[in-house]
Design a protein around this ligand. Structure first.
Ligand code: BES
Ligand code: MN
Ligand code: ZN
Length: 493
């Protein structure tokens, strides 16, 4: 899909469809007013007839209008003036895209970015429109032998004048870069476990490195043994797929500037191991590498944006499988940090691979470390599928991430990581257990990680509820790439 800006007024620009908005009180957006005037009042007539009442998310297609250069006009409802926030705006944009894609239109003149949304800039409106456009044409059909009919819509054009041209152009550029990152993350998530293996993730990282001039290292089992990553290696020992520790270096600023480290859980399939998961919906555990995928997607996005910042991506990746060689409940392993762990449940494997990756991340003397993981079912119980769980002992860092989530329309909600919960991880036989019981399961998982992150500023994102959708719309969501990209952007200024 192509995006562009074009100088001119909406009634004079050629397109197969122009989208304008109408509020619940019947008032048209500025572009709507111009189109209405040029076409002899046909829009206001439709509104007077009651065919378009401005209801949020509704749309009315008008064809055959004269006096304008667009073949079709799509009148999209914006709801009440005073209620037009970011939610109503995204609903309107989605309705616009749905309406246009249902027609044969190949290009769309999109004027809705002009509507004022409190607290949002024109740039953000444009960026949102670009991302939602890309979302509405995203398909994962590479493994289907019969493809659905292709979507006709190829192009989205933003009309601009002297005063809006630069900001709109920037919004397009940011939106495209972000959508490219999000799409990569979605696709890696959607690929099945027999294709998207640890080796596949490593190859993907290497390709990303070649395409975007990032240094990429892939550490093999031998090197991890030398580093004494006993916890990570224990998880991988039940699988025939070799584990990989992928390290990517994006350098957008002076080498001496401390990097942000992004550490992503890359379990390419989580069976639970010997603590085997029940069969229902186990296929969805192919998404257990979405933290890793979000690190790759974010690096893709910031590389395209040429952000002046240094970022290190660290991805521990392996499978969690039951086998004769697999870890057993009660096994005790020694992590790279030297701390010993009693593995009471082999299905709590994410923290076991992350703890060694977090220790490893320390060697980059990071300004901050953010780990991203589909870590606990308990987080889904706590927050559902709207907010990612955010955990950090660092109030300032937590606030930055929460704010980035809000700006990026990719929200997170903070949960505690307090000392008081640490008691739940007590083990009779090792320094700690890898589970803390059912109560507060997302919190005790974060508390486990906290024991390995004492030497730097750290936050943890539990994306178990937000990284993918289940049911009819099953598929990767690309989250939290928007949050992370916005966070890194805010760190540049
Ligand atoms: N990958 C899962 C977490 C998960 C489960 C994410 C369901 C999304 C949906 C993780 O490895 C896991 O199995 N966690 C266990 C931890 C428990 C054994 C303490 C869980 O949440 O049940
Ligand atoms: Mn598990
Ligand atoms: Zn898992």
């Amino acid at each position: 899909m192509e995006f562009s800006t074009k100088a001119g007024t909406p009634e004079k620009l050629k397109s197969s469809c122009v989208v304008v908005g109408v509020y619940a009180d019947g008032k048209l957006t500025p572009s709507g007013t111009s189109i209405d005037a040029a076409s002899g009042g046909n829009l206001s007539k439709a509104i007077k007839r009651g065919d378009q009442r401005g209801v949020r998310g509704s749309s009315l297609l008008l064809t055959g209008l004269t006096g304008i250069q667009a073949e079709r006009v799509l009148l999209v409802g914006l709801g009440k003036h005073g209620e037009l926030g970011e939610k109503a705006y995204t609903e309107a944009v989605r309705a616009a895209l749905r309406g246009v894609i249902a027609t044969g239109a190949e290009d769309l003149l999109f004027t809705l970015a002009e509507v004022p949304v409190p607290g949002r800039s024109l740039l953000e409106n444009v960026r949102t429109a670009v991302c939602l456009s890309r979302e509405s044409v995203y398909r994962f059909d590479q493994l289907k032998s019969k493809k659905e009919d292709p979507i006709r819509l190829q192009k989205v054009i933003f009309p601009v004048d002297k005063s809006t041209s630069k900001e709109t152009g920037q919004g397009v550029a940011e939106g495209v870069a972000l959508a490219n990152g999000v799409d990569l993350t979605k696709t890696l998530g959607n690929l099945p476990g027999n294709i998207c293996t640890p080796s596949y993730l490593a190859e993907t990282a290497k390709k990303l490195g070649r395409d975007w001039k990032m240094k990429v290292e892939v550490l093999e089992r031998k090197q991890m043994q030398a580093l004494k990553m006993g916890s990570f290696l224990a998880v991988s020992q039940g699988s025939d797929e070799p584990p990989k520790l992928i390290v990517l270096h994006y350098q957008g600023a002076a080498a001496k500037q401390a990097p942000i480290a992004l550490v992503g859980k890359g379990i390419t399939f989580d069976t639970g191991g010997i603590s085997l998961k029940p069969g229902e919906a186990m296929d969805e555990m192919k998404f257990d590498m979405c933290g890793a995928a979000s690190v790759l997607g974010t690096l893709r996005a910031i590389a395209e944006l040429k952000l002046k910042i240094n970022v290190v991506g660290v991805i521990p990746t392996c499978e969690n499988m039951p086998s004769g060689g697999a870890i057993k409940p009660g096994d005790i392993v020694t992590s790279m940090s030297g701390q010993t762990i009693e593995i009471l449940n082999t299905d709590a494997e994410g923290r076991l691979i992350l703890c060694d990756a977090l220790t490893y991340a320390g060697r980059f003397k990071p300004a901050a470390v953010i780990d991203i993981a589909t870590l606990t079912g308990a987080c889904v119980v706590a927050l559902g599928h709207i907010n990612s769980g955010l955990f950090s002992p660092d109030d300032a860092l937590a606030d930055e991430l929460l704010a980035a989530g809000q700006r990026a329309l990719d929200p997170a909600w903070r949960l505690p990581v307090e000392e008081e919960y640490q008691d739940l991880l007590k083990s009779n036989f090792a320094d700690m257990a890898n589970i803390g019981g059912r109560a507060g399961g997302a919190i005790t998982a974060a508390c486990f990680l906290a024991r390995f992150t004492k030497s730097y500023r750290w936050a943890h994102l539990d994306i178990a509820g937000t990284a993918w959708k289940s049911g009819a719309a099953k598929g990767g969501s690309g989250r939290p790439v928007p949050l992370l990209t916005e966070f890194l952007k805010s760190r540049v200024q």
